[in-house]
Design a protein around this ligand. Sequence first.
Ligand code: HEM
Length: 493
Amino acid sequence: MLNSCGLSTPLLASAVLLFYILWSYISTIYFSPLSAFPGPRLAATTIWWQVLQKKRGSMSKTLRDLHMKTGQTIFRVAPNQLSFWDPDAYREIYINQKFLKEPDFYGAFSLPLNTRSTFGHYKPELYTPLRRQAFTLFSRQSMVSLEPLFHEKLNIFVTRLPSGKEVNLFDAFRCLTMDTATQFSFGTSSECLQAEDFKAPATSVYDEYASGLCFRLYFPMFIWFLEYLPRWMKPYWQRGYSDLKQSAIVALERYRTGSRDHKYPVLFAYHFETNSPLTDDELCCEGATYIGAGGDTAGITLSVGCSYLARNPTVQEKLVQELQTAYPIRNDVLTAHWSDLEKLPYLSACVYESLRISVPVAGDLPRVVGPRGWNFKGVAIPPGTIVGCSATAVHLDSSIFPEPEVFKPERWIEEDGSISKTLESWLVSFSKGPRSCIGQTMAMAQLYIYFAAFVRLYRAEPAHKDQPVVLYDFFTTIPEDGCCNVVLTPREH
Ligand code: HEM
């Protein structure tokens, strides 16, 4: 059938579609308010460039390469998104409370989709009460009560570590931090430390979860659909999440009925004790977030930090000497207190340097520019633009951290032995400002206690000396296979 233009209807429809695609392409490149910003052409026209980068874990590296090659500091990474490679931008975006979290990105972390949780919510009236409620749980006082939990898990960890044979520190430390995080959240442990060769299903669920994040981000309806499929048809990470939720429900029932069986602070018990307004679904989501946010990140820092120590025998030896002086009896380190360990300058420097170089949360933390727009160093950023800057951009900036690729704990130590306040202000592993990490105290207590024990008890050597430490950015960091593998020898004294 021909219409008045003399074209058949399917042909006309195809022409209109083609025109629409061409117009969208041309308008996002040439007529968008972000047209003037440099970046890959594909990124300016479609979200697929970003999906691909996130799927490969290469976003931070690609942006760094672009920055090194062009000297530019602002890149268009999606039709409506800019990424800044400038430490000053980090401070403006995150510290000043100017911008809110990008709702779609953070909604994708919450299962069922968009459930209320401290991490996932962007509205101040919703996240502020949750953050406020958690302050007591994460106070320094509370960390003292949690130390027996850290010591208990540490003692299991050291009995499971093999000597004289290759061990993957990324798997091993994550089992330790995951068991700590589950025990803390639910009052029961995921028992990852019992897994053969530290290959625990619970940790691989989080890896799959991280690499599948790009799909959840861009196709939330697909995830919503997956939630209604029978278990056998669900992807691995979603089955893992269902199992985690099942453990959460059992734990919730225990604490709802008033169980007081816990020896140390427990997130769920605390929620009931403080009459939290969260529903069961919300509490499960909160628990899963705490496990992911706390278990994964601390495990990455420990494994990457210790892999660098294994590659730097002089640094390792210097740290051992400090620890041997503080803990002359070898096994006393297994019950060391965070408050004592913090006083050791070289250990502190190693913890800070590990947090810097491992960049546990490597990617941009996306925020939305408010209705009045934003002027950054004379450049006008339109309202509604999604903006972000990564910790990688700050931690690898050579004007702040000279030779940023080198593991150099000495850079942190002032003449009086204290940690440099200036450098500390540039350590953004926990982010900064109103949405910074709520579990920072718990993370630091674990890092000190676990690092000190590992180094005091074992001499570590890299299993593959020529393989550098290579890290991928899946929002959280995942090291390249094998680069965190070491061979351990127990220290005799
Ligand atoms: C080395 C360990 C850790 C690192 C590097 C780390 C890093 C971060 C970062 C960068 C953020 C901000 C994320 C964003 O704005 O998108 C964050 C938020 C958060 N972290 Fe951590 N974290 C660690 C350990 C923990 C622990 C142990 C817990 C709790 C058990 C925890 C719970 C949270 C929560 C609940 C938030 C959300 C806060 C909010 O959005 O208001 N983290 N963390």
